[in-house]
Write a protein that binds this ligand. Structure first.
Ligand code: ZN
Length: 280
């Protein structure tokens, strides 16, 4: 029998699972939230070898928010694997600004749960070279992951809108003041993976102003599950009314950012009143 080295005394003898909550800000376009597996070969070791789509890489982007975190976190905690659970997700080309998007990182089989989380966070940010920023990690119970999956939040988006022609003044004023319900049929771009149905969503234009000869800057607040790009373009009349139909000119979303996710701790007006408290 030999005694363990003194530095090993504080290490847990067994592996544990733990959950870290934070929010990420995504400051680089083209960065997916989670690993972007190739749609053709699904990243499978066997099938990707001859895959033309990804050239054998198995993924369509080199990095993701998940990988930027896991790459530092898993070795630091001597963990077997990690799972990323975001409170929703934005498109690859959309920035995530404001306070960032909540997520829970599930660490599986960690030998070291006692590391300096703030040092880890700063290390992740430094290695991400400005692509992401994180709020301080907080250790949470697994239940928080379920909370973020089940809750839906309104969002504020900022967009640059390319317009085909200058709208007339009355139409512009109508669009700039729009607040109401829209009906969105499942967009063409997601129709292959979403049921084809009409969705009713509330939406309010917060600001609309010219930002160039053929560009408008838009800020809009909308309910969870609103397809903002399609609300701007109208998606060939599958969304009604749309910014394009209100303005009477063709519109296309050129740039889109999530400015804020209106989680319960963010103050400000909501489109949807909170559900009524049942009578006793
Ligand atoms: Zn592939």
């Amino acid at each position: 029998m030999s005694d363990p080295a003194p530095s090993d005394v504080s290490l847990p003898a067994r592996r544990t699972n733990l959950w870290l909550e934070s929010r990420y800000r995504k400051l680089r376009r083209g960065l997916p939230q989670t690993v972007f597996f190739c749609p053709d070969c699904k990243g499978s070791r066997r099938r990707r070898t001859d895959c033309r789509r990804c050239g054998g890489f198995g993924k369509l982007t080199r990095e993701s928010v998940q990988e930027l975190i896991a790459r530092r976190l898993l070795p630091a905690m001597q963990a077997k694997a990690g799972r990323f659970h975001g409170a929703g997700r934005e498109d690859v080309d959309v920035l995530m600004l404001g306070r960032g998007r909540p997520f829970v990182f599930e660490v599986l089989g960690a030998r070291r749960g006692d590391i300096d989380l703030e040092a880890l966070r700063l290390d992740i940010e430094r290695r991400a070279e400005g692509a992401i920023e994180l709020q301080p990690f907080v250790r949470v119970e697994r239940q928080r992951l379920v909370y973020w999956k089940q809750q839906h939040f309104e969002k504020i988006y900022r967009a640059e809108v390319a317009i085909d022609a200058p709208p007339d003044a009355a139409a512009f004023a109508r669009a700039a003041a729009f607040a109401g319900e829209i009906v969105q049929r499942t967009p063409q771009r997601v129709a292959h993976r979403r049921a084809d149905l009409d969705r009713h969503r509330r939406l309010r234009v917060l600001a609309l102003r010219p930002a160039g000869p053929s560009t408008l800057e838009l800020r809009v607040q909308c309910e969870h599950g609103t397809y903002v790009k399609e609300w701007i373009s109208g998606d060939e009349n599958r969304t009604e009314p749309s910014l394009a139909s209100l303005l009477g000119v063709g519109c296309r979303c050129a740039v889109l950012d999530v400015e804020e996710i209106l989680t319960d701790d963010v103050t400000g007006p909501r489109l949807q009143p909170p559900p009524p408290v049942p009578e006793p």
